[in-house]
Structures are given as structure tokens and as C-alpha cells.
Design a protein around this ligand. Structure first.
Ligand code: NAI
Length: 505
């Protein structure tokens, strides 16, 4: 189905942060946009706000003055819902309350023509449920923009049980015509992004709770090794702990308490204390004037090493080898089981077992486990862990090797799957389960996580790069270590590994 023509009138109801942004996007794409809010004057104020935003872009040379004038001419504040009669698409972005949204949409059915498409920007309510009391439930879909709507590329096109697939296709094409990256998803709790992203926060919070490392170190690892734009603590400080905790609780409750989504007591404490993050001046970090963020912990070695031996295949960590060579380390190869030997130390990519456990089970003395890096060739930091009682000289050799390759080394306490590997394995597991349940296609899940929350790679493509069998092994070891359902591997992951297939196809 084709996109709505630019001659189609669009209405946006709710002139708050989201509604104003969505109205701007539609007007910039060439539609006449009517903006309505039940607070008198709010729609006009929002249009003034959009004008100021556009003005700043003109000053920066990012927008022509003509384009600003034309966009503004297409935005019209209205004070009565009756003015929306001729609209082809009405998008509601009002308060997140099921009954209020239902009442508004029922009212709209009596005002707009039968061909009008109704859309909700809800992030946590079920489209099926919002549509349930409509006369034409097939005409309601979710059109879930991300904040700020003019900047964020992703739009989730959400279909409820009754939604007409042809309208989903029309909204998909329309969002694309508006310069967005749309994805299709079924109306299930959290849709794609707010569901698949949960482990990003949850695993860091758990690592903190178990004293594996401090916030600064974990954040630095997510950025400098994981390739994420921000770590979980700085990001939740930015989002606001009240908002982030509420989303987690909503997804957790909607999945009947599945402990994959279990909220964190550490975050609840912050909310209870009013430490909501940046907006309150204190979250995991302090935002008081002059406050300095603690630096990430880096372990240093005084030694220098010149040679190492690679035994067998290091998996995705093979990408370290050229980097070692570039830093004048002589690397030799021999057969073996994925180990990197330097001096008396043995390094290996984590398989999800704790170092103490793997050292004992595999008979490896002086074992140092390596965490995942998004790109071992360019990462600036890497996490390691080792068993208590490692020979201090061997430990120094292991750290020296990584240090010499230009990596800052952060030592974590001995915990399963370290930090980045554990997080990415859980993100991929959640993405695989969403795919298994037909929430969205693999391609749309990966695109959603890249465009909606700026992940460096989609979780499914990332799992393929690591190797689905390795990801499964990591999850099985996490599951065995904790004995918790939270870490149960997705059936889809098991199936694909058994079939020798990738997750992304
Ligand atoms: P907001 O509080 O900034 O704006 C809501 C606006 O709707 C207010 O101006 C309010 O006066 C108006 N309003 C409330 N009830 C109304 C009614 N019955 N009729 C007309 N206007 C009414 O809220 P925000 O953040 O813009 O969120 C709006 C919707 O977008 C919610 O459903 C929210 O879940 C969703 N959303 C929010 C995101 C965010 O980051 N803030 C991201 C994605 C979706």
C-alpha cells in the first residue's frame, strides 16, 4: 500500500513533548497538520515552540528560512475536536491512560470519516485493548515515535488483534515518506524496543547489586568495549529513574511477573529517595555544580611482554590477534582449545562460567577471562576476571599483553559472563524470543534496536557475529550459575543452533 498523499490532512491530539514533535515531522513532510490539546492555548504554544526549534536550525544553517516558513504555514492550532472532521489520519499523543484514550477515540469515530486512520502513540498500552470498544477497531493502529520525534528515526507501527494489515502497510509507507525508519510489530507489552532493551538496564543493575564493579567502570565498559553510546547508569540518569523504572514494572507486570523483566531494588531505592537522575540533580551520579564523575577503574601492569601463543580458535576474540601484532607482539599459533597464552597466564573469551569454575573444570591454572568487545580492533577498554589465588606474576603478564595492545583493562570480580558479553547475550536472547513469538521479524527487531536506542549492532546480528552456539553456551552457564528462569535460553536460539542456522535470517 502506498503512503498517504501530502494532500492528506493529519491531526495530532496532545500538544506535549511527543505531540508537538510528531506534528513537526508531519508538517515538514508536507502535510497540513491540525494540532489540538484540551488545555486552552497549549496547541498554539506548542507551535511557537516548534518555530523556535526551526529557527535554531536556520541559524545553524541546517534548514532554509523558506522551509521554516513553509513548515510553519502547514501547522494549525485548533481548539475544537470538530475541526478534525476532514483528516485522513489522527494521531493521539495524550496522557497515557487507557480510559481517557478510549473515550477520545470513540469521540473521534463520530467526527471523522469512516476512511480516517486512527493512531495512538502509546508506549505501554495495548492497541488491542484501546481498540476494543471502537465501532471500527480495524482502523486503529499504534504509531510509536521515540523522543524527540523530529530527531529519532524509529517508528514502531503497532498492529492490535483487529488492526487492518493494509493500514499498517499504509502507515509504514507514510512513516518512510516522512523520513523515518518504520518497523512492523504486533501489540505485545513493550512492543519491540521497550521489551528487547530491558536486559541492557537489568544486567548492569544486577552486576552493581552483586558488587562486580562500580557504576563508572560498568558504564565505561559498555561504551568503550560494548560500543554503546552510554552505559546503563548514565543512560537511566538521563531518562529519569521514575520513567525507566515505571517502564520496567509495566513490562514485568504485563508478562505476569516473568523474572526476565524483574525490576531492580537498587533502582526502586533511587525512585523512593527522589534521586531521579539528571532532572533531580542526583541519580547514580551527582549533577550538583562542580560534581565530578568517578573515573572508571583501570588495572595496570608494570611488566612488558613480547610474545604470546594462540591455541586454536579464540572465537570472536580472534580479532585481537592483528591488534597484538600491530603493537609489535609476536603471535604464534598452534592447535588447541581457544586459549591465548602469555607468560604463565592463560587468557580465554568467557563462555559464561566463572573463572574459578572454568579453571577447575578445564584444569587451567592462572586463567584470565576476557569479556566481549563490539570490535576488538578498536575497543579502548576490556573487562577481565580471574579466580582468586591466581599467581600474581601470571596476572601481571595477562594484563600487560592487553595493555600493550592499547587496551585499558578493568578487573571485575569473578562473575558469570562478565559485563558486555552477559548483556549482549541477554539482549540477543530477548530479541530471539520476540522473533519466536512473532512480535516482529529479525530484520525489524535489529533495525528497531539500532534506530530506536542507537545500539551499535542489532542484537540478532550481533549474536550471529559472536556465534549463536557460543551465545547459547553463555546463557546455559548463566542459567546454571543462578538457577533462575531469567537466564533460560530462547527456544529459537536452541533451534537455530541445532539447525546450524544464523539468528538473523
Ligand atoms: P505530555 O504530558 O508532554 O503531553 C500530553 C499532552 O496531552 C498535554 O499537553 C495534555 O494537555 C494533553 N492532553 C491530555 N489529555 C488530553 C485529552 N483528553 N485531549 C486532548 N489533549 C489532552 O506527554 P508526552 O510525553 O508527550 O506523551 C504523550 C503520549 O506519548 C503518551 O501516550 C506517552 O506514553 C507517549 N510517549 C511518550 C514518550 C516520551 O518519551 N515522553 C515516548 C513515546 C511515547
Amino acid at each position: 500500500m502506498t503512503a498517504l498523499n501530502t494532500t492528506a490532512r493529519i491531526a495530532v491530539i496532545g500538544a506535549g513533548a511527543m505531540g508537538a514533535g510528531i506534528a513537526q515531522v508531519a508538517a515538514q513532510a508536507g502535510h497540513l497538520v491540525l494540532l489540538l490539546d484540551n488545555r486552552p492555548g497549549a496547541a498554539a504554544q506548542a507551535i511557537d515552540g516548534i518555530d523556535r526549534q526551526l529557527g535554531k536550525r536556520v541559524e545553524k544553517g541546517k534548514l532554509s528560512a523558506d522551509a521554516r516558513t513553509a513548515t510553519l504555514a502547514r501547522l494549525q492550532a485548533v481548539e475544537s475536536i470538530d475541526a478534525l472532521a476532514d483528516c485522513a489520519l489522527v494521531i493521539e499523543a495524550i496522557v497515557e491512560n487507557l480510559e481517557v484514550k478510549r473515550a477520545l477515540l470513540r469521540q473521534l469515530e463520530g467526527i471523522c470519516g469512516e476512511q480516517c486512520i486512527l493512531a495512538s502513540n502509546t508506549s505501554s498500552l495495548s492497541i488491542t485493548s484501546i481498540a476494543a470498544q471502537l465501532e471500527r477497531p480495524q482502523r486503529l493502529l499504534g504509531l510509536h515515535f521515540f523522543n524527540p520525534a523530529p530527531v529519532m528515526a524509529l517508528v514502531e507501527i503497532v498492529s492490535g488483534l483487529a488492526s487492518d494489515p493494509a493500514l499498517a502497510d499504509c502507515l509504514y509507507a507514510t512513516a518512510k515518506a516522512w523520513g523515518k525508519k518504520p518497523v512492523h510489530t504486533r501489540s505485545t507489552p513493550g512492543f519491540i524496543v521497550n521489551r528487547v532493551a530491558r536486559p541492557f538496564y537489568a544486567e548492569s543493575l544486577r552486576l552493581l547489586q552483586e558488587n562486580v564493579a562500580d557504576c563508572s567502570t560498568l558504564d565505561a565498559l559498555m561504551r568503550d568495549a560494548g560500543g554503546f553510546a552510554m552505559g546503563a547508569f548514565e543512560l537511566t540518569d538521563l531518562i529519569g529513574h521514575d520513567v525507566n523504572y515505571a517502564v520496567t514494572c509495566s513490562v514485568f507486570n504485563a508478562y505476569y511477573g516473568d523474572n526476565r523483566f524483574q525490576p531492580s531494588l537498587i533502582q526502586k531505592d533511587l525512585v523512593d529517595a527522589g534521586r531521579l537522575g539528571r532532572k533531580s540533580g542526583q541519580g547514580f551520579y551527582s549533577y550538583a555544580d562542580g560534581a565530578e564523575r568517578p573515573t572508571a577503574k583501570t588495572t595496570l601492569s608494570q611488566r612488558a611482554v613480547t610474545t604470546c601463543v594462540v591455541e586454536g580458535d579464540l572465537g570472536i576474540a580472534n580479532a585481537l590477534i592483528p591488534r597484538l601484532r600491530e603493537h609489535t607482539i609476536d603471535v604464534t599459533h598452534r592447535d588447541g582449545h581457544g586459549l591465548l597464552r602469555v607468560g604463565d597466564a592463560v587468557l580465554a573469551l568467557s563462555d559464561g562460567r566463572m573463572a574459578c569454575q572454568r579453571a577447575q573444570e578445564d584444569g587451567l591454572r592462572n586463567l584470565i577471562l576476557l569479556d566481549l568487545a563490539f570490535d576488538y580492533g578498536t575497543a579502548s577498554r576490556i573487562a577481565i576476571s580471574c579466580a582468586a589465588g591466581i599467581d600474581p606474576g601470571a596476572f601481571e603478564d595477562g594484563v600487560a599483553l592487553l595493555q600493550q595492545a592499547g587496551l585499558r583493562v578493568s578487573l571485575l570480580s569473578d562473575s558469570p559472563a562478565l559485563a558486555v558479553l552477559r548483556t549482549v547475550a541477554m539482549l540477543a536472547n530477548e530479541a530471539a524470543d520476540a522473533q519466536l513469538q512473532g512480535v516482529a521479524s529479525a530484520a525489524d527487531i535489529d533495525l528497531a534496536m539500532r534506530a530506536g536506542v542507537n545500539y551499535p549492532q542489532g542484537p540478532l546480528a550481533w549474536a550471529d557475529a559472536i556465534g549463536p552456539a557460543h551465545v547459547l553456551r553463555v546463557l546455559e552457564h548463566l542459567h546454571a550459575s543462578y538457577g533462575e528462569e531469567r537466564y533460560r535460553p530462547s527456544l529459537l536460539l536452541r533451534r537455530r543452533v541445532a539447525q546450524g542456522r544464523s539468528l538473523h535470517d
